[in-house]
Write a protein that binds this ligand. Structure first.
Ligand code: UDP
Length: 391
């Protein structure tokens, strides 16, 4: 059953709830789940017409389409893994994206022996190591010439990590398309998310556990919200002044600048526009994710959704397939915020909002939008565990 209950005005007026939870994404749903299990009464509201936040999937042609971008669950946190699997079993999907590079060739990601073989023809870890060392030495030499010892930005970090050849073919243009800024103006940590390894292992993640919920992400979120009152299409802005009439405490997972009516200024976000298309063939690109790392293709990647859940011959059981091209753009009011832009101005502004947040009584701020932090799914669940425990 869809965990959505229409709340009548009477219950709201009677201050029925211990917690009003703003946002039915993974943070809000996990918090609601834990609180409900502990006997608390929760009302979860979301202004979108559905639950799940950005992990929500839409069924098109019998395929779960990741409407707000590809979500691949990965973690080394056993508690989180067992928790999500207790709600819905996960499949064995392993993310192995392929990059379509400016030289017209395909390269395996993340950077591993397959990539190095494709890039330089090197066959052994030792040969690859020598090549990497040679390229890294060059990057370090340039930095030292400028009197710098630590990478100051994403470009310097990438050159030190992996060298110029890979930076130019697989990183620079993709990153600049995704973030809409030159790599020299982006923080170094973004590129440290990607593993570099001297084995023939195309698994994008180093984590112990990985997969997609067997019956889709909606089942996971519905499971988390079982027994919880949920009201979609309800905007917190409409009840901001009166929420204390509804609940004792507020758990807010919306954007922190919006909560404070943008009083200190607006935070920047990157957002993504999706061009989703049904193709009249069973297998369009042979992989769930193909990144376009050149600067001419306007989109960053194409997702072919069926590959998240159909493996081997099962791919051909459905004669059709659904793909989404992802266009990364600057956020404007009215759009969905996706990625925080953690540059200096925004980090400082977010910090100022966090200071304001500390003074809010009976309000808990948590999640990607409220914390202005680039979170993956598993850490956001762990974060909800922690916030619930320390409440
Ligand atoms: N990245 C890249 N080339 C790729 C894939 C990723 O340069 O083909 C860089 C890019 O800067 C990106 C970062 O690695 O922002 C992190 O990529 P990830 O796939 O983790 O981003 P997400 O899936 O969260 O969008």
């Amino acid at each position: 059953m869809v965990a959505e209950t229409l709340i009548n005005d009477y219950r709201i007026a009677m201050k029925q709830y211990d917690y009003l939870i703003v946002g039915a994404g993974l943070f809000g749903a996990t918090f609601a789940h834990l609180a409900t299990k502990a006997g608390k009464r929760c009302l979860v509201i979301d202004r979108r017409p559905h639950i799940g936040g950005n992990v929500y999937c839409e069924n098109i042609e019998g395929i779960n389409v990741h409407k707000y971008g590809a979500h691949i669950f990965h973690t080394s946190d056993r508690e989180v893994w067992e928790f999500v699997n207790s709600i819905v079993p996960f499949n064995r999907y392993t993310n192995s994206p392929v990059a379509a590079a400016p030289d017209g060739r395909l390269y395996n990601l993340p950077f591993n022996m397959n990539t190095f073989y494709q890039m330089w023809g090197v066959r052994t870890p030792q040969q690859a190591q020598e090549k990497l060392d040679e390229q890294r030495r060059e990057a370090v030499r340039r930095m030292h010439a400028e009197g710098v010892t630590e990478p100051r930005n994403l470009e310097e970090q990438a050159l030190c990590l992996i060298g110029r050849d890979i930076y130019e073919k697989l990183i620079k243009h993709y990153t600049e398309k995704q973030w809409g800024r030159p790599c020299t103006e982006l923080p170094a940590f973004i590129i440290r998310r990607l593993p570099v390894r001297l084995t023939f292992d195309n698994n994008y993640f180093n984590d112990l556990y990985q997969g997609i919920p067997e019956s889709g992400y909606n089942r996971l979120v519905e499971g988390l919200l079982e027994g919880v009152d949920v009201q979609t299409r309800m905007d917190f802005n409409d009840i901001k002044q009166t929420w204390r009439n509804i609940a004792d405490k507020l758990v807010y997972s919306g954007a922190i600048d919006e909560y404070f009516d943008f009083s200190l200024g607006r935070l920047d976000w990157r957002t993504v526009r999706f061009e989703t298309e049904t193709k009249d063939c069973p297998n369009f690109q042979g992989n769930a994710v193909v990144n376009y790392t050149d600067h001419i293709t306007p989109f960053t990647r194409i997702i072919e959704h069926k590959h998240f859940e159909q493996f081997g011959d099962k791919v051909y059981e459905n004669p059709r397939t659904v793909i989404s091209r992802e266009y990364s753009t600057e956020f404007k009011p009215g759009m969905e915020p996706y990625y925080p832009v953690n540059d200096e101005r925004n980090n400082r502004l977010a910090e100022s909002y966090r200071e304001l947040a500390k003074a809010e009584e009976d309000v808990i701020f948590g999640g990607r939008l409220a914390e202005y932090k680039y979170y993956d799914m598993a850490p956001i669940i762990a974060r909800a565990f922690k916030i619930w425990k320390n409440r």
